[in-house]
Write a protein that binds this ligand. Sequence first.
Ligand SMILES: CC(C)(COP(=O)(O)OP(=O)(O)OC[C@H]1O[C@@H](n2cnc3c(N)ncnc32)[C@H](O)[C@@H]1OP(=O)(O)O)[C@@H](O)C(=O)NCCC(=O)NCCS
Length: 180
Amino acid sequence: MEKITPSSYSIMRVASRADITSAMKDSLVQLLKDAVDNNFSVGFMKDSTEADFDKFWSDEIALCESENKLFLAVSENQVQGCVIVTREERANGRHRGELRKLLVHSKAQGIGIGTKLEEEATSYARQIGLTLLYLDSATNFLVNGVYEKWGWSKSGEIPQFAKNPDGELVSTWFFYKLLS
Ligand SMILES: CC(C)(COP(=O)(O)OP(=O)(O)OC[C@H]1O[C@@H](n2cnc3c(N)ncnc32)[C@H](O)[C@@H]1OP(=O)(O)O)[C@@H](O)C(=O)NCCC(=O)NCCS
């Protein structure tokens, strides 16, 4: 992979399937593969296949034709990072949204992509009238203090919440951000 620099990527908001080239789709699959290879808890296990990752992205990209949006950090048609904003569907929670799959390729971490993705996702959440965002993150992969730096508050930790790709049960932190 070419070295990514802070000026060599841009953030795109996916609005329809047509926005995603096949090279981008392949790199989205590789993004999840990289996370699983690094034992990051991203919803998949070591024996998850590229077909599983591909199906996940097809489903998420289809949802982008609604209000839910996928944001990508793209460099030369290759996706280096992503984040998803999903509005709660139930009537009593339409003011709230979830920030999901904030993930940066291991070779592109630490150069500001995660910060930019979080900013774009939060700004979009405000635009569509969300007043509360929440997320969960497995504790052992959490970059210490990163969400607090981005204005999030830690609300608690649940032990044994999810498994790492290698099968180990790990605890998960929950965070929220008030937008109003
Ligand atoms: C957490 C994550 C999204 C941050 O994205 P990123 O592009 O690496 O973050 P940035 O480069 O914008 O850096 C944000 C801060 O985190 C710090 N940071 C990033 N990666 C780091 C690492 N591996 N170790 C220590 N600090 C790190 C940066 O120093 C920066 O702090 P600073 O502004 O004081 O310098 C990314 O590292 C990642 O995908 N991690 C693995 C998966 C994960 O844990 N996702 C969260 C699940 S919801």
